[in-house]
Design a protein around this ligand. Structure first.
Ligand code: PGA
Length: 252
């Protein structure tokens, strides 16, 4: 499995800038040891997927509805993402959990829907600052894993401490490694051999200057990158810092 470096563009990207960013990532991605995915806003997925077609860079959505279609004004379903060219979808990001009241149960339903549509879910978990200060970080993450991953989950987990997102702060290497070890143990406990192979990404203020130290930690299978993924050179520098793990080819 290669390191997986995923760009979460969040609510950024009008047509011209999204196209330029996608072209920049495409140009720099050839020959990278890491696998790359970019997750543009819904409105840019089809255009970005067209730019990245035939390249080594995959495309993902940032959310999906649990139903495949229906009377859900403003929502986007997993089959729609797939139809637009996405192969991945970020689910349960803390900005959706906080800003849209998403529960673990809803995230789990979305993960089921994503898999049904042939998308690989990237399920986010992570404690907030208060939980970490109270010594409840590991308990919170274990609870989110138990509630957010369906019984037949086959995807990617992203550990994103809420307080590290967009803040320029990251946990220490030991804290990241400890949480990734806990997540690995939970995945193996729940999914057996499949759980030992699931990528566990770290996300939260990963930048070119800290990427090698973070992405090289044991059980860190790559990164989920927000702010730094909006600058092609920074995103590519982060991807270049990710260690080569082993066999290429899972994206296409
Ligand atoms: P950040 O965001 O890299 O800007 O901290 C990460 C994320 O929210 O996925």
């Amino acid at each position: 499995m290669r390191s997986l470096v995923v760009g979460n563009w969040k609510m950024h990207g009008l047509g011209a800038e999204a196209a330029a960013l996608a072209r920049g990532v495409r140009e720099g991605a050839a020959g990278m040891a890491a696998a790359l995915v970019v997750c543009p806003p819904f409105t840019q997925i089809a255009a970005v997927a067209a730019i990245l077609a035939g390249s080594v860079v995959g495309v993902g959505g940032q959310d999906c509805h649990p139903e495949p279609a229906g009377a859900h004004t403003g929502d986007i379903s997993a089959p729609m993402l797939s139809d637009a060219g996405a192969r991945f979808v970020i689910l349960g990001h803390s900005e959706r959990r906080a800003g849209h009241g998403e529960s673990d149960a809803l995230v789990r339903a979305k993960a089921v829907a994503a898999a049904k549509a042939g998308l690989r879910p990237i399920v986010c978990v992570g404690e907030d600052e208060e939980e970490r200060a109270a010594g409840r970080a590991e308990g919170r993450v274990a609870e989110q894993l138990a509630g957010s991953l369906p019984p037949d989950f086959s995807g990617i987990v992203a550990y994103e401490p809420v307080w590290a997102i967009g803040s320029g702060r990251t946990p220490g290497a030991e804290d990241i490694a400890a949480m990734h070890a806990l997540i690995r143990a939970r995945l193996v406990g729940s999914f057996g051999a499949a759980g030992s192979a699931m990528p566990i990404l770290y996300g939260g203020s990963v930048k070119p200057d800290n990427a090698a130290a973070i992405l090289g930690l044991k059980e860190v299978g790559g990164g989920l990158i927000g702010g730094a993924s909006l600058v092609a050179a920074d995103f590519l520098a982060i991807a270049a810092a990710a260690p080569a793990l082993s066999s290429p080819g899972m994206l296409h």
